[in-house]
Design a protein around this ligand. Structure first.
Ligand code: OAA
Ligand code: MG
Length: 575
């Protein structure tokens, strides 16, 4: 049980170096070997998205696998296939069309799909992931041609979930599961949120090289409060009562553990009504984590640490205003509070630096039972606090940093930025709500309002900023920089659970993978093109911590863990 493990705080890890990155000696490799060891033949092979090569099957393979006559004459290389895809891609004019194109490519040929994503990462990730995946989810039931891979479990399956998992065709290394109740900043959209687990798992392959045939997106289709008109595919009855919901979740998690005991289970986009309880309920017994609470908290801590590097400040020098106190907001606030902790500075002192605002105003005494357990330690006593506007609050408390996780577009106004600028030379502004349509302030606005002084990061990608002819690169503070490596490190080490120290190690490693020179240029997170290298470092750090904590069940590989993690990454090549 985690509660029995010693916890090391972020600050200890960052500032006192209790976490040592694993730079060891020799090279070792383990591949995420596909379990699809029997190769189908004939038409079935061409319909198998993991083994299909289409026109790249050689004449000899065509003969051997019963494909002769089933393919056009010319044998192509994967590069020739890529060139055709690139031509088709250039013809597409809307982002939704690009999403649908990539979706079909994945259904037909995962090797080519991932080669395309990795080769054109900056153009394709904003499509398969935020922001376009958000727009696609909203219309998911309508843009459907054939339902993507994954499992859909509904309330009528209660009592049989373990048996139903047997219907899945393969071994599984990682599951991303949602109940669709808080999809990005879009709210409860039910089964239409399935695009998120699919997109996150694409990132697991792009970032950390998970074998795409061994990943499983799952949607728990337990109703929705959204408008279910049109072609909606999900359950049409509303949400079950609390007891039924919890017992369904308990059965689901136990069934997963029984069926795939070593798989990593990532909870994604559950509303705050359940996200914290589920995490607290399962994280001590399963290899499980919540990406919105821990993943977003982890990457925000890394980016904020780099904002301190960029501005020559210490985390403790800052006063924070948070807009949004849900799963993401609380996860980030708690991770940042840990950054302030030191032997002479307690977590209670650290939390005094934080002012959290939700839709009813500042979280403050008395709250009339409105507080969740994770919010309670952050409440404040501030005379007249409830009546403050955001800019008044910034002024009143002397805020130097503002974090947006409220899905309220435009909530961080020019007044708010100017208020921050009165309190500090270089305010920190992180607008983390996704997709872009829910973002609290855009990068260019933040730069204009602060005259280029603010250090900014957003959750979704945006163009670089132009300030008086100077180009400032955008920092995309998105959990994609950490969750693939966290999952990979947990899997490779066979960690029985995923601890706070493993997450803290991921944050440290992510932060430190950005060189000083880039940090001083305002680049708080790694370059997207380096995501595989960064994920390997994160995975190695997570492994190292799992060994240090004594919770790894896999034997420690000989040699350099970064190289080991790198060698374990699946690559989009035909076999
Ligand atoms: O998916 C993303 O881009 C980040 C995330 O987890 C969320 O916003 O829920
Ligand atoms: Mg999420």
């Amino acid at each position: 049980m985690l509660s029995r493990l010693t916890k090391t705080t972020f600050t200890q890890s960052f500032l006192f170096g209790t976490f040592t990155p694993p730079f060891l000696s020799s090279v070792c490799s383990r591949s995420l070997a596909s379990n699809l060891d029997s190769v189908p033949t004939g038409y079935a092979l061409l319909r198998n998205q993991f083994q299909n090569k289409d026109t790249a099957f050689s004449l000899e393979e065509r003969e051997r696998f019963g494909l002769t006559g089933l393919l056009p004459t010319r044998v192509e290389t994967i590069e020739q296939q890529m060139s055709r895809c690139e031509g088709q891609w250039r013809q597409l004019t809307t982002d939704i069309d690009k999403f649908i194109y990539l979706y079909h490519l994945q259904q037909a040929n995962e090797t080519l799909y991932f080669k395309f994503l990795l080769t054109h990462i900056e153009d394709t990730l904003p499509i398969v992931y935020t922001p376009t995946v958000g727009a696609a989810c909203v219309q998911y039931s309508d843009i459907w041609r054939s339902w993507p891979k994954g499992m859909y479990l509904n309330a009528s399956m209660a009592g049989s979930i373990r048996k139903i998992l047997d219907n899945w065709y393969n071994e599984v290394d990682i599951i991303v599961v949602t109940d669709g109740t808080r999809i990005l900043g879009l709210g409860d959209i039910g089964i239409n949120g399935h695009g998120i687990p699919v997109g996150k798992l694409a990132l697991y392959t792009v970032g950390a090289g998970f074998d795409p045939s061994r990943v499983l997106p799952i949607t728990l289709d337990l109703g929705t409060t959204s408008d279910r008109a049109g072609h909606y595919f999900g359950a049409m009855d509303g949400h079950p009562d609390e007891e039924t919901y919890r017992s369904f979740l308990d059965e689901f998690v136990a069934a997963v553990k029984d069926k795939w005991p070593s798989c990593v289970l990532q909870f994604e986009d559950f509303s705050k009504d359940h996200a914290f309880d589920l995490l607290d309920g399962y994280r001590y017994d399963y290899r499980a984590f919540n990406d919105d609470i821990q993943g977003t908290g982890c990457v925000a801590a890394a980016a904020f640490f780099n904002a301190c590097r960029a501005t020559g400040t210490r985390p403790r020098d800052h006063t924070f205003v948070f807009l949004g106190a849900g799963a993401g907001g609380m996860g980030v606030a708690e991770s940042l509070a840990q950054l302030l902790v030191a032997p002479d500075y307690t977590i209670e002192q650290a939390r005094r630096h934080f002012y959290l605002v939700d839709r009813d105003g500042l979280l403050q005494h008395p709250m009339d039972g409105r507080l969740g357990a994770h919010q309670a330690p952050f409440v404040k006593k501030l005379n007249g606090g409830a009546k403050y506007s955001l800019s008044e609050l910034v002024h009143e408390v002397g805020a130097t940093a503002i974090f947006g996780l409220s899905a309220t577009p435009g909530a961080i106004t020019e007044d708010v930025i100017q208020g921050l600028c009165q309190n500090t030379e270089h305010p920190v502004v992180f607008a983390l709500s996704n997709p872009t349509s829910k973002c609290e302030i855009l990068a260019q606005q933040c730069s204009d309002y602060s005259h280029g002084k603010a250090v900014y990061a957003s959750g979704s990608p945006m163009p670089d900023v132009d300030f008086e002819g100077r180009k400032i690169p955008l920092s995309q503070c998105n959990n994609m920089y950490v969750f693939p490596g966290i999952g990979h490190g947990a899997m490779l080490s066979g960690a029985s659970v995923i601890t706070d120290r493993m997450i803290a190690a991921a944050a440290t490693t992510c932060a430190m993978s950005v060189p000083d020179e880039q940090v001083s240029n305002g680049m708080l997170l790694p370059n997207l093109r380096d995501i595989r290298d960064v994920s390997a470092k994160v995975a190695a750090a997570v492994m190292e911590m799992a060994y240090e904590e004594g919770i790894a069940t896999a034997q420690r590989p000989a040699g350099d863990l970064v190289q080991f993690a790198k060698n374990s990454q699946w690559k989009p090549q035909y076999h």
